[in-house]
Ligand binder design. Structure first.
Ligand SMILES: [Zn+2]
Length: 89
């Protein structure tokens, strides 16, 4: 099945966020190791979790899903079992 334009936009958004997520965790590590600032680290990690909950939402049932799982073209939602991208109209 081909992915619709809407599905491709969503997939690109998730992939972009995966890079940002990695960068934020790196920043958190830097603030702990080099700046010895545990509060900054906790703040960054908390911000990352909030962002994660806002970004990784199933387009069908609107529930958040585990972002640690690899997002691919044929990834399906753990809640409604629909394909995240393929089932987008
Ligand atoms: Zn769903």
């Amino acid at each position: 099945m081909k992915i619709s334009e809407k599905g491709q936009v969503l997939l690109a958004k998730y992939k972009k966020f995966q890079k940002l997520y990695f960068l934020l965790l790196l920043l958190a590590a830097i603030s702990f190791v080099y700046l010895h600032n545990i509060f900054l680290m906790i703040a960054i990690v908390a911000f990352t979790f909030v962002l994660e909950a806002k970004v990784y939402i199933c387009p069908h049932c609107k529930k958040t899903f585990d972002c640690k799982r690899k997002i691919q073209e044929d990834t399906s939602c753990p809640h409604c079992k629909k394909y995240l991208f393929k089932d987008l109209g």
